[in-house]
Design a protein around this ligand. Structure first.
Ligand code: PEP
Ligand code: MG
Length: 588
């Protein structure tokens, strides 16, 4: 097999080695997880029973056909019965469950995809179109399966099972919601054709701590199912069918990385204090309450960003296209779960940030420029009932521990005022019902639109804290879509304009005496830790996986040295000089 290398964008660090698993859009529509050895036969039975059930339904349809029904109708049912009885449908997926340990839905969709590809090659148009019948039959079985789905086994990596080689997902694209569904950790690496450094898909890959490279352009076309693949998530390189020598080198690097990580674990309880004795607050970014476990394990002293929209996404599937939004009680339970898990440490819950690459309903029409459209607070203010519901749920959770409310994408004074008045309204409603909440709950703003960073007095006057969303701040300052790999090379956190906006925000917060954090991906990039410290940042919020490495940088930093150097960097206007000076900070 020919070996080849693809270059793209590194988005999640580390090295993974495994067999390629090509994911088609159809496969992404169903749950996929690995079934433990002892449950394989039960899973096989689940699929067999679903097939039998569909047989029964088709039989019933036959007997219930009115006498005057057109003959084609009966013929259709016959074709579906024939397809269902064919070993390609009734047996091959069972073999996939047994050999690959896929759950029933995934096994069926994998088999259907393989069959569909074979049908596409058929020249005869009539036969080629029978593909649709096969898909319809599969849909029937999937619908039955959905009613009998077992819970995915939690937290098992494919590589932990001796029966299954480690698998690397190769797909054209993966939405953030689909990426979140990979939480069961059946995969060890991700490769996609499209995507950018700070797309939400990339962010979720980082939070899952799984090596990933995106923007690979042709990967899903060039890499074949079961090819051996190395993902170098540090360099954004994917090597397909590597030679034995290359494989050996990467295995050695992988082992070294694992050892370095283990060493970092020793820092878990060490307070994050610079050499000159300045304490720094290290917080975690989470997508779901279950992430609090890894956050605490990494020694986070609180949650700086709970991306609440992930509770709202990926809730519809086959047969259930209707959009479902979690109600107040369901949200409250999730927020409370996070608050209780953090055991008294603060939890900053960001209100719904949907839109752009996180659509609430992926089937809905999207604006021409969704990143500039009805996103985040704009959406919430346009949907006051939905916003009030969320605010009440957050407020109720504040009775169980320290909670802060963070509002995304604010740019206008009236947006701040309206948000605050909605919070006041939610509080009044709870008071009326005698429901407890923290009357003094702090409310903060994401600074992620240049207009906000240039109008800080408007913010510090009205709010209790600020959190700089560098991912969007870079996107909007440099006018590049953070999910578009064709402009990914222009996405530069060290652009002088970006650095100035960040420095201005930190300074404005200091002067006003309010906390300022960075919760964008810059906070978790160890190459930028010293620069941010030098700018005066004392609160960093990042994925738990990055936290200890950032702490190591902080422990080795001396603010007396970093301050003057950083001021010089902020005066520079030449990108190459800035990049070089930032690199030098790491050698101090
Ligand atoms: C940001 O924009 O930096 C941020 C933290 O929010 P998100 O990545 O969810 O847009
Ligand atoms: Mg943002």
């Amino acid at each position: 097999m020919a070996s080849f290398t693809l270059h793209g964008i590194p988005v999640s660090r580390g090295i993974s080695i495994g067999r390629a698993h090509l994911l088609t859009p159809a496969a992404l529509d169903v749950k996929h997880y690995l079934v433990p050895e002892e449950q394989v036969e039960a899973e096989v039975k689940r699929l067999q029973e679903a097939i039998t059930e569909v047989h029964r339904t088709l039989q019933e349809l036959w007997t219930e056909l009115p006498k005057d029904a057109p003959t084609e109708l009966g013929a259709f049912i016959d074709v579906h019965v024939l397809i269902l009885s064919d070993p390609m449908i009734s047996e091959a997926p069972l073999d996939i469950i047994r050999s690959r340990h896929y759950n029933a839905e995934w096994a069926l969709v994998t088999q259907i995809d393989e069959l569909s590809a074979q049908f596409d090659e058929i020249e005869d148009e009539y036969l080629r179109e029978r593909k649709q019948d096969i898909q319809q039959v599969a849909e029937r079985v999937l619908k039955v399966l959905m009613g009998t789905a077992l819970a995915a086994p939690p937290g098992r990596a494919a590589g932990e099972d001796e029966f299954q080689p480690q698998m690397i997902v190769v797909a054209h694209d993966i939405s953030p919601a689909d990426m979140l569904a990979f939480r069961d950790r059946s995969f060890v690496g991700f490769v996609t054709d499209v995507g950018g450094q700070n797309s939400h898909t990339a962010i979720v890959a980082r939070s899952l701590d799984i090596p990933a490279a995106v923007g690979m352009s042709q990967a899903s076309r060039l890499i074949e199912q079961d090819d051996w693949v190395i993902v170098d998530g540090d360099a954004g390189v994917v090597i397909c069918n590597p030679s034995a020598l290359v494989m050996e080198q990467y295995r050695a690097r992988q082992t070294a990385l694992m050892k370095a990580r283990k060493r970092l674990l020793k820092l878990k309880k060490t307070p994050a204090i610079t050499k000159d004795g300045t304490p720094v607050t290290l917080l975690a970014n989470i997508e779901l309450p279950d992430d609090c476990g890894p956050a605490l394990e990494a020694g986070a002293v609180g949650v700086g960003l709970f991306r609440s929209e992930f509770l709202f996404m990926g809730r519809s599937g086959i047969g259930n296209a209707a959009l479902r939004v979690p109600g107040e009680d369901e949200q409250f339970e999730q927020y409370r779960k996070a608050v209780l898990a953090m055991k008294g440490r603060p939890v900053t819950i960001r209100t719904l940030d949907v839109g752009a690459d996180k659509p609430l309903d992926p089937t809905e029409h999207t604006a021409l420029n969704p990143a500039l459209g009805l996103r985040a607070i704009r959406y919430c203010l346009a949907e006051p009932q939905l916003f009030l519901t969320q605010l009440r749920a957050i407020l109720r959770a504040s009775a169980f521990g320290k909670v802060r409310i963070l509002i995304p994408m604010l740019a206008h004074a009236f947006e701040i005022d309206q948000s605050l008045s909605m919070i006041a309204q939610a509080k009044a409603q709870l008071r009326e019902q005698n429901v407890k909440f923290d009357e003094a709950i702090e409310v903060g703003a994401m600074i992620e639109i240049p207009a906000a960073a240039l109008a800080l007095p408007m913010f510090v006057k009205r709010l209790d804290f600020l959190s700089i969303g560098t991912n969007d701040l870079i996107q909007y300052t440099l006018a590049i879509d953070r999910v578009d790999y064709e402009v990914a090379h222009l996405y530069n956190p060290l652009h002088p304009a970006v650095l100035h906006l960040i420095a201005m925000t930190i300074e404005a917060g200091r002067k006003a005496g309010i906390d300022v954090a960075v919760c964008g991906e810059m906070a978790g990039d160890i190459k930028l830790t010293r620069l941010l410290l030098g700018m005066g940042l004392r609160e960093f919020s990042m994925h738990p996986a990055q936290l200890l490495a950032v702490k190591q940088e902080i422990l080795a930093s001396d603010l007396a040295v970093l301050g003057p150097r950083t001021r010089r960097i902020l005066r520079a206007m030449e990108p190459s000089a800035i990049a070089e000076a930032v690199e030098q900070l790491q050698t101090l």
